[in-house]
Ligand binder design. Structure first.
Ligand SMILES: Nc1nc(=O)c2c([nH]1)NC[C@@H]1CN(c3ccc(C(=O)N[C@@H](CCC(=O)O)C(=O)O)cc3)C=[N+]21
Length: 367
């Protein structure tokens, strides 16, 4: 039976590779079959068929708790900085190889509109990270009161620039701008944020491959899998359903065969749902929303929140706080990401990796 399932999964994967090859050919790729290995199952999860097995009628036993009630908890603090470092050094190596092979380097263009301090800081981090791995970075800074057309023009210029392989419009945009129009102007092949509806749609549908997966969603999966946390069959509560984090994370987790609860501002008694979850991923953008009492003993906690809190004593006039009340959660969780030093740096490492992938596809290297 198990052999049959594996066989089916295998033939599906093969059919999928064949389907994909026409797409790769369009992008001048000469080694289409390798793409499956480069991106497919590891990031998107294995493409398994749904075969239901109904439980025996007498199975009334509750599942064992993740951690014994009397056992002392010594939580793993998941080190985002070192995981990001690993990803960056792998990326740097590949950038180097690309330079040797085709005499080109990947390029990332970042468009920043307005003066938000937090956005300015993130853009600075992105540029610095590009520099570290040998990716060329270009920035367009536009004033808060510029027109939507000016932003679209700037996107179009980067679309046409062959040295640019990824374009990122830093969000949020000023209120008066139509975000959908501006993001829609980014060429699909350069959408390294993965926010284009076609990329999101392909992420949502099993058996399909988006060109890019949103960086924060990828970061959550990397943090979990590199910490040795299995996703298949786990109950994950994702708090928040934003385009940047919550929604794509929910979709990506389903592709890893997790059971996902989407908790959002209209959810009644969110703590009743999070308390049942094996893994809680919070991306609500509310400082200290998730209290210790929201978590099951032994749960794994991924805190995507980066909430700026006014702090005149700090260098930039604010400090960052997560969505999770760390000092409470650390007493209940079996593993937890800190803020700063958790999801943030891995998100930036993923942006570099997406930019490299884009350049590799365009130059037909190892797709
Ligand atoms: N188009 C677009 N794409 C994005 O990916 C995007 C965006 N807009 N708008 C804002 C959010 C937020 N975001 C962060 C990335 C890195 C850190 C990060 O590196 N944080 C560090 C630094 C903390 C510090 O400042 O001390 C840390 O958590 O350790 C934080 C937040 C990306 N976003």
């Amino acid at each position: 039976m198990r052999a049959l399932v594996l066989l089916r999964a295998f033939s599906r994967a093969k059919a999928h590779t064949l389907l994909f090859s026409s797409h790769c050919a369009r992008r001048h790729c000469h080694a289409p079959a390798k793409r499956e290995r480069a991106k497919g199952p590891r990031i998107l999860g294995p493409d398994l068929p749904d075969i239901w097995r109904s439980p025996p009628l007498d199975s009334t036993h509750p599942p064992p708790p993740l951690i014994d009630a009397n056992q002392e908890i010594n939580p793993t603090i998941i080190d985002g900085n070192s995981i990001a470092e690993e990803i960056r050094s792998r990326t740097a190596e590949e950038v180097h190889q690309m330079k040797d092979a085709v005499k080109k380097i990947p390029g990332l263009a970042v468009i920043l509109v307005g003066q938000r301090r937090d956005s300015q800081t993130y853009v600075r981090y992105k540029i610095k990270a590009c520099h570290e791995v040998g990716i060329r970075s270009l920035t367009a800074e536009l004033p808060e009161d510029c027109t939507e057309d000016e932003v679209v023009d700037s996107v179009s210029r980067f679309n046409e620039d062959p040295s640019v392989h990824g374009i990122l419009v830093q969000l949020p945009l000023p209120q008066h701008m139509n975000e959908e129009r501006i993001l829609g102007a980014i060429s699909l092949e350069k959408d390294v944020d993965g926010f284009h509806p076609l990329n999101v749609g392909n992420l949502a549908m099993r058996g399909r491959e988006p060109l890019f997966i949103p960086c924060a969603a990828r970061a959550c999966i990397e943090l979990l899998t590199r910490t040795g946390i299995e996703l298949m069959g786990k109950h994950v509560a994702v708090i928040g359903r934003s385009k940047v984090v919550g929604l794509p994370t929910t979709l990506l987790l389903q592709r890893h065969h997790a059971t996902v609860s989407s908790v959002h501002a209209f959810t009644k008694n969110p703590q009743d749902i999070t308390r049942q979850a094996d893994i809680v991923i919070s991306a609500a953008g509310v400082a200290n929303l998730v209290r210790g009492s929201w978590l099951k003993r032994g749960a794994v906690v991924i805190d995507v929140g980066t909430n700026p809190v006014e702090d005149p004593s700090s260098e930039h006039g604010y400090h960052l706080t997560g969505d999770v009340c760390f000092k409470e959660a650390v007493k209940v969780a079996s593993a937890i990401t800190p803020v700063p030093g958790g999801v943030g740096p891995v998100t930036i490492a993923m942006l570099l990796s997406n930019t490299l992938d884009s350049a590799k596809q365009i130059y037909g290297l190892n797709c």
